[in-house]
Design a binder for this molecule. Structure first.
Ligand code: PSU
Ligand code: MN
Length: 323
């Protein structure tokens, strides 16, 4: 089961675990997962524990998990326990978003993939589903800092369905939704009315569309791609009520952390990590626990939706008239 399979036909070599390779070949539901959250989002040992629990949650949902990373100029499509431990424990693994991909792939070494760069790998590997808890977005104060996550731009470029719990409430979620609309990214809330705010259930902003039936979600995704659009469909699912944090409770702390980041001169791709860790500290780990829970819940829902999508693909293959 631990044999690695190398796909050298891909323009960037892909190293699959045997399980993920076989699942893709057989058209079974697969959900891709990022590794930046392992290397930079959570601290050891919670990061490793979460990486394993998230994979388990995808399986509970009925799909096969494929944790994505970068190693020596190649994409890892699915990680062995050994690799997950390396990503969780080694220091100095760079955060790799889309703009960093060519440099890190060319130079070699390990790289932790964000939402954006994981989508690039998932598409190359023919994996149509991806799950993470909070996507990057438009930062508070972006009107002067111009800090907008490249996750949002990558959604216009990669043909992958993205399941998430909205975006982190350290961001400006109103502007994030505006940006997604401007960039023509389809946004659907699954069995909920609002755009969620990561470990807070609601951002207070209604989602443009709500769909409750997994098969209708699958049909929506395929319809978007049949329109000739090469991009992501964003599907949101809120964290469970019992795992959620009340947004009023932490809003003041978020603003303090943002001010502290500014004061300490943190900019560029270090901002997200700085703010998240500052909040983890003031909440004494409560937000880190809520972070784990929302990652796990989202992954299970992604597994279920990937099952509905693979069923639709199989049905349409069966009914396709022979020419
Ligand atoms: N969600 C988390 N923790 C994280 C991230 C998301 O709970 O660390 C990461 C993801 O990898 C996401 C990235 O793609 O933050 C966005 O970073 P930036 O805002 O610099 O684009
Ligand atoms: Mn940024």
């Amino acid at each position: 089961m631990n044999k690695a399979i190398k796909d050298t036909h891909s323009p960037i070599p892909l190293i699959f675990t045997e399980e993920v390779h076989d699942a893709i070949q057989q058209g079974l539901p697969v959900v891709a997962l990022e590794s930046n959250v392992i290397s930079h989002g959570l601290k050891y040992p919670y990061n490793l524990e979460t990486a394993n629990l998230v994979e388990e949650a995808v399986r509970k949902g009925g799909a096969i998990p494929a944790t994505i990373g970068i190693e020596n100029g190649q994409f890892l499509i699915g990680m062995t326990d050994h690799m997950k431990t390396r990503f969780a424990t080694e220091s100095g693994i760079p955060k790799v978003s889309s703009r960093d991909l060519p440099v890190v792939l060319a130079k070699g070494g390990l790289g932790a993939s964000t939402v954006a760069s994981s989508l690039v790998a998932a598409e190359l590997a023919n994996i149509p589903f991806f799950s993470s808890a909070g996507i990057g977005g438009v930062h508070r104060g972006a009107e002067t800092s111009m800090d907008i996550s490249s996750d949002l731009i990558q959604f216009t470029r990669s043909k992958v369905a993205v399941v998430c719990a909205g975006a982190k409430n350290i961001l400006d979620l109103g502007l994030t939704m505006e940006f997604l609309e401007t960039q023509c990214v389809p946004l659907v809330s699954y069995r909920y009315d609002d755009f969620p705010a990561f470990y807070c259930r609601s951002s207070g902003l209604p989602s443009p569309h709500r769909i409750d039936d997994p098969h209708m979600i699958a049909r929506t995704i395929e319809t978007y791609w049949n329109l000739g659009k090469k991009g992501a469909v964003l599907i949101t699912t809120p964290t469970k009520e019992e795992d959620a944090i009340d947004s009023n409770e932490i809003d003041a702390e978020i603003n303090k952390a943002i001010a502290a980041a500014k004061r300490d001169g943190v900019s560029g791709n270090g901002v997200t990590k700085y703010i998240m860790h500052a909040i983890d500290e003031v909440t004494q780990g409560r937000s880190a626990t809520a972070n784990m829970k929302v990652l796990i819940n989202t992954a299970e829902v992604a597994g279920q939706l990937a099952v509905a999508h693979s069923q639709l693909k199989q049905e349409s293959a069966e009914y396709r008239p022979v020419a």
